[in-house]
Design a protein around this ligand. Structure first.
Ligand code: KIV
Length: 273
């Protein structure tokens, strides 16, 4: 029997039971299937797809159509994990109606069960409208990569007391607007602890220390697949970049040296596809 699906209300219940939530990004069906099989609770189709899959410098270039394409793939690969799709830059900032329609498309056409968007008080109306029409929303505070130009880089946030207070107030406002969870990215761990204590909904940390109710990492960072830049807080559980390069070198050598393929007469019992 396949394990039962994680649903949006399970997030709050997990927090009330003190169970940590494990979330990873995924961008395609094969990886979604593997991560899902390993027991991850939620798969985030992050707009980090821009850098780790599409080769862009930052997340700003990703479009709603890109996100739909990758969300559909992840939804096809996931059987237990909750699929959360990131709303890309400009898909929710221009107007509430447009934001709701775009979020709805990620559920209706993409097969996501929830969306994530960046920001606090400026996006509260949008969050309320989405939740009103049945679109579950995950918030995202602290470092907000879609504001990279305004902030001036990928810099730790909420380091001054007034910014820490503002972040906690934003987190509470998102909860009050109906968000079911909030990602906290690159903030001091004591600020993450304050926010996690203040909220009934779970906080999902990335570079925010151990006191959050769950953690999220970019899967390609955690697996050592994306080797252009690795944030300092990432724990690498594998070095797939090295594995892929070594395996590919062996294949290239085999082809060049005539070791692969062998004639069928030399390989017994191997069906010819
Ligand atoms: O796009 C992404 O991968 C994210 C995570 C860093 C939370 O938003």
């Amino acid at each position: 029997m396949s394990p039962s699906r994680i649903r949006v209300p399970d997030f709050r219940e997990k927090k009330s039971r003190g169970e940590k939530i494990a979330m990873l990004t995924a961008y395609d069906a094969t990886m979604a299937r593997l991560l899902d099989r390993a027991g991850v609770d939620a798969l985030l189709v992050g707009d980090s797809v821009a850098m780790v899959v599409l080769g862009y410098e930052n997340t700003l270039a990703v479009t709603l159509e890109d996100m739909l394409h990758h969300t559909r793939a992840v939804a096809r690969g996931a059987s237990r994990a909750l699929v959360v799709s990131d709303m890309p830059f400009l898909s929710y900032q221009v107007g509430t109606d447009e934001a709701v329609r775009n979020a709805g498309r990620l559920l209706q056409e993409g097969g996501a069960s929830a969306i994530k968007l960046e920001g606090g008080r400026p996006v509260l109306d949008v969050v309320r409208r989405m939740v009103d029409v049945g679109i579950p929303v995950m918030g995202h505070l602290g470092l907000q990569p879609q504001s990279v130009h305004q902030v001036g880089g990928y810099i730790k946030q909420a380091t001054r007391p007034q910014d820490a207070d503002a972040l906690v107030a934003d987190a509470i406002a998102l909860q009050d607007a109906g968000a079911f969870a909030v990602v906290l990215e690159s903030i001091p761990e004591d600020v993450a602890k304050m926010a996690s204590t203040a909220l009934d909904i779970p906080t999902i940390g990335i570079g925010a220390g151990p006191y959050c109710d769950g953690q999220v990492l970019v899967s390609s960072d955690m697996l050592g697949l994306f080797d252009r830049f690795v944030p300092s807080f990432v724990k690498q559980y594998a070095n797939l970049a090295e594995t892929v390069t070594a395996a590919t070198r062996s294949y290239v050598d085999d082809v060049r040296e005539g070791r692969y393929p062998q004639t069928l007469s030399k390989i017994s019992g191997v069906p010819n596809r």
